[in-house]
Design a protein around this ligand. Structure first.
Ligand code: GLN
Length: 285
């Protein structure tokens, strides 16, 4: 948010607060005036605050720029488009949030595993199909969840793997530092190979170096069509994997930023923008 705009909004808020307080201490007002003033005060209180109207300004937005980290290896949520730019559902969503907040959004494409530790220093926030976990909550605060997914298991065509038991002792590919990685580490006797790019894991699966890849539902489905006839993506519910919620991660304790982002997110849900992005980026894939 621009500094002058923030200052102006703060001034306007102070003035309206003074007016509101003033009306409560005035003793000798005519009944009519009192009623009018009361009505006006109610109107002010009832007026919905929009994302940009929030009086307090997060430090992260003070320079008018929201620096957002992502890992553009996770289609359809984030990928590098033909123009070489990070694109996808998450990128479009955070840009729409930035617009609501009146700030410019700059996207930094980095390794998924370094996102959480960079929040509050190198970046202001991250949007990366990131699952809310207790471990991550110890270091960052999350927005309200905007998507529910589950881990999928990508198998080579004709694989006999069908249950949680079948995964024991297998060679499993995952993306480094993801919830798929954490799940795989828990599987008895499994040999887990961690990749920076999920597509490299799928390539190794196709080349016979892995028995399966564990990755989130939507990228799994994108890879299934990209490697059509060679791999199948199986719902993780079949392997007893639990649903996961995606949210935007922000610096721990920056309640102002979290509140502003949540308000903007809700506005985008209410005005239909969110659903339009879901059909544009997720359902068409
Ligand atoms: N949802 C998974 C996680 O949070 C994977 C995210 C990703 O690879 N971008 O760990």
């Amino acid at each position: 948010m621009k500094k002058w705009l923030a200052a102006m909004m703060a001034a306007v808020l102070c003035m309206s607060l003074l007016t509101a307080c003033g009306s409560t201490v005035k003793e000798e007002v005519t009944e009519e005036t009192a009623q009018t003033e009361q009505a006006e005060t109610e109107e002010t209180t009832q007026e919905e605050t929009s994302a940009e109207d929030t009086a307090a300004v997060s430090e992260a937005l003070a320079d008018g720029v929201l620096n957002v980290g992502t890992n553009a290896e996770f289609p359809p949520f984030e990928y590098v488009n033909d123009a070489g730019e990070p694109d996808g559902f998450d990128i479009a969503l955070i840009k729409a949030i930035g617009e609501k907040l009146g700030v410019e959004v700059q996207v930094d494409n980095m390794e998924f595993a370094s996102l959480v530790s960079s929040i509050g220093s190198k970046i202001d926030a991250s949007i990366a199909g990131m699952t809310v976990t207790d471990e991550r909550k110890a270091s960052v605060d999350f927005s309200n969840s905007y998507y529910t997914a589950v881990q999928y298991v990508i198998l080579p065509e004709g694989s006999a793997i069908a249950t949680a038991d079948d995964l024991k002792g297998k060679a499993i590919g995952v993306q480094l530092g993801t919830t798929g990685d954490f799940i795989a580490e828990e599987i008895e006797d499994a040999t887990v190979s961690q990749y920076n790019k999920a597509v490299d894991a799928v390539n190794d699966l196709v080349n016979g170096r892995l028995d399966c890849v564990i990755i989130d539902k939507n990228p799994a489905m994108v890879f299934e069509s990209k490697f059509e006839g060679k791999v199948t993506a199986v719902d993780g519910a079949q392997f007893n994997f639990e649903p996961e919620d995606y949210a935007i991660a922000m610096p721990k304790g920056d309640t102002v930023l979290v509140e502003q982002v949540n308000t903007a997110l809700q506005e985008l849900i209410d005005d239909g923008t969110f659903d339009a992005l879901v059909s544009q980026y997720i359902e068409e894939n």
